[in-house]
Write a new protein. Structure first.
Length: 317
């Protein structure tokens, strides 16, 4: 930044002059990304952000246009959605309050329903739309393959089989580009949701939102609910979690047969990208790869998860 670093005092002044915020308390939510919780005396809290401005603002504007439950953009005193400060763009949105997520059936059913409502929205057709989702297989698997290529000549014999398995998995996975687009959250998992005091489940963190196949969101949500997220040890399995997600999702949208055919790859691709990046990082830094590999069990589970989900959907049709 050419005109001085952003400080809490300078950002507070920005909010006062551009938004008429009044007395506030400013707390950093994410270091390095300029994301702040703005607490206002006697008024609803805000979030001030300078991360992922264009995509985030376009996404929230689209969601507001269609009355979808999400944080709402806060306009400046003169009606602007963005402000310039110290060579950065900032925007303000409402702060979503509620309970931390959990993996019990009731909130998962609501989360599935929220996601299907999102996927049922009319597509954005204006120039202000966010564009493609930031987490699509083609770009992500290309990145994963490039990370493996970068360490190809440094893999010792003891880890060659694991390297080969990752390369083969990247080569085999489908990019899902023949599926029709919907509006995606881009990073849909229980920990990106809030259960509000009135019982509604709201998605947060729209950094990757945009257009793409519905199974990209659904697949990652299913994997996260079944395994407890990535990486780390897989949590004990409970069929009620997947059943709840699918029951909620099918309330507003029923996946078609072509989408279900591609569901295994949609479930596994984010896990695979993380596995490739982790393996390459360990090789580059002379570290032993994880043992046992945290990603392999998830990779193998994808087909089984998809089969269970397909049976559940067929029962609901």
């Amino acid at each position: 930044m050419s005109s001085g670093a952003d400080t809490i005092d300078s950002l507070a002044s920005l909010l006062e002059s551009r938004y008429g915020s009044g007395p506030i308390t400013l707390r950093t939510l994410r270091h390095g990304k300029q994301i702040y919780h703005v607490q206002r005396a006697g008024a609803r809290d805000w979030v001030l952000r300078s991360a992922g401005v264009r995509r985030y603002v376009a996404s929230l504007a689209y969601l507001e246009q269609h009355n979808f439950p999400a944080a709402r953009l806060v306009r400046t005193l003169n009606g602007a959605l963005l402000v310039e400060h110290n060579d950065r763009q900032f925007f303000v949105m409402t702060y979503v309050t509620g309970d931390d997520p959990d993996l019990s059936p009731a909130p998962l059913r609501l989360l599935g329903a929220t996601l299907s409502r999102l996927h049922s929205l009319p597509l954005p057709l204006t120039q202000e739309s966010p564009g493609p989702c930031g987490m699509l297989p083609a770009r992500e698997i290309t990145y994963a393959s490039s990370r493996l290529d970068a360490v190809r000549d440094r893999v010792v014999p003891a880890y060659q089989a694991r390297f080969d398995a990752l390369v083969e998995a990247c080569d085999r996975i489908a990019y899902l580009e023949d599926l029709p687009p919907v509006f995606l959250h881009g990073d849909c998992h229980p920990w990106n949701s809030i259960r509000t005091p009135d019982g509604e489940v709201i998605l947060i963190d729209w950094d990757s939102a945009g257009l793409g196949p519905a199974v990209v969101d659904l697949g990652f949500l299913l994997l996260s609910c079944e395994t407890g997220g990535i990486p780390g040890a897989v949590i004990p399995r409970d069929a009620a979690r997947l059943d709840a997600v699918i029951e909620g999702y099918c309330l507003h949208r029923m996946p078609d047969d072509n989408e279900l055919t591609h569901l295994p790859d949609a479930i596994r691709f984010r896990n695979l990208v993380g596995a490739c990046a982790s393996f390459a990082h360990q090789i580059e830094n002379g570290l032993p790869p994880d043992e046992p590999p945290w990603w392999w069990q998830r990779h193998q589970m994808a087909g089984e998860i998809a089969e269970r989900v397909i049976r559940a959907i067929e029962d609901l049709r």
